[in-house]
Design a protein around this ligand. Structure first.
Ligand code: NAD
Length: 329
């Protein structure tokens, strides 16, 4: 496929994630065709995006080189699947997280697009071999799993089907990089991909520590937000270890490997997240943040504001690093 054929992306499903993808792709200059099977939903999505783009522009947080008006002009909405797919070289599916719904929409999409078109799913929890089981040509299929909210959290996990062609992974990696996301490639599919597996490990041990009365809900959250999270916004666990011993990772494992293995063997069984223990944890959480809509919405807004600030800090930080590298060349 030549570069001139790679201008238009179809976003299928215009809920929370579909709208975010549309904004991300438009920020990279792609023309984005949004389809939703609920009549009027795709039009509403564009109205919502218009509002968000204006707010982002005012806050100097708009992504990409184009103005809000230019990005908006790249978006169009469709209640007809075939029209939305016409001319698209890449399809990002964002429908409900239900296997049957995804299998059915991909069957419909495959009937309507050419052989070269890349079929990408936003699924959080379904492996590609399930999502694409109804597609004949699986070599052009993959999962591109975003993190909410994708506009500020740029990671996207690219997960291949066992038959996915290497060129499809490469093209998707290039598209995601062009729009400013940070793609990572899994070499094979696995339940939970990478991000949710790591997240599950953190949730499980946090849960056990609270359930066993070792620490409060409030304090375990501080362990992450004021402790581990401070580093992890910039460097991952591998680099953290590499930097935390005088001679790097090997030295770190010589010093601390046995201790880590000992702690790991004391981690108790997988929690069931149910019953009296779960009720107690929920009660403790709700005393900090009541679970009514008013409180939850206020905290979600605060979370997004904080993420916006962090995204800006990371952007400034990477610009500074780039300039320093150029100065040393
Ligand atoms: P959502 O419920 O907000 O939106 C889904 C949209 O898909 C709705 O507008 C619905 O009308 C539309 N839809 C449903 N069936 C359709 C069909 N057959 N054809 C066309 N449109 C259809 O859901 P969401 O939160 O945007 O999630 C979408 C996908 O993204 C899911 O697979 C989810 O797992 C994944 N995801 C979500 C998050 C998150 O935090 N919300 C994060 C990463 C990935």
């Amino acid at each position: 496929m030549s570069q001139s054929d790679m201008k238009s992306i179809a976003v299928i499903g215009s809920g929370l994630i579909g709208r975010s993808w549309a904004m991300v792709f438009a920020s990279g200059g792609y023309s984005v065709k949004i389809y939703d099977n609920q009549p009027g939903q795709a039009v509403n999505a564009i109205a919502e995006i218009r509002k968000q783009l204006q707010e982002l522009e005012e806050a100097h947080m708009l992504r990409g080189e184009l103005s809000a008006a230019q990005q908006l002009a790249l978006l169009s909405s469709y209640d007809d699947l075939a029209q939305a797919l016409e001319g698209a070289f890449f399809v990002q599916e964002c429908v409900f997280e239900e296997l049957k719904v995804k299998q059915s929409i991909f069957q419909d999409i495959e009937r309507l697009v050419g052989k070269e078109v890349i079929l990408s799913s936003s699924t959080s929890c379904l492996v590609p071999s399930s999502v694409f089981s109804t597609v004949h040509n699986k070599s052009r299929c993959l999962v591109s799993h975003p993190v909410n909210p994708p506009y500020y959290v740029k990671l996207v996990e690219l997960v291949p089907h066992p038959e996915t062609a290497a060129t499809v992974m490469d093209t998707t990696h290039a598209v995601m990089t062009k729009v400013g996301q940070v793609p990572v490639c899994l070499r094979r599919e696995i339940d939970g991909f990478a991000l949710n597996r790591v997240q599950a490990a953190i949730i499980a041990e946090s849960w056990r520590l609270v359930q066993d009365g070792v620490i409060s809900v409030k304090d375990i959250d501080l362990v992450m937000s004021e402790g581990l999270g401070m580093r992890y916004a910039f460097i991952g666990p591998m680099e953290t270890m590499h930097l935390n011993a005088p001679e790097g990772l090997e030295d770190y494992m010589k010093r601390y490997g046995d201790g880590i293995a000992r702690v790991l063997t004391s981690f108790g069984p997988v929690p069931d997240f149910k019953g009296e223990g779960a009720k107690r944890i929920n009660h403790e959480m709700c005393e900090l943040i009541p679970s009514d809509q008013e409180h939850l919405l206020a905290r979600k807004e605060r979370r997004d504001q904080l993420l916006m600030g962090l995204a800006k800090l990371k952007k400034d930080h990477s610009n500074t690093s780039r300039n320093q590298t150029l100065e040393h060349q």
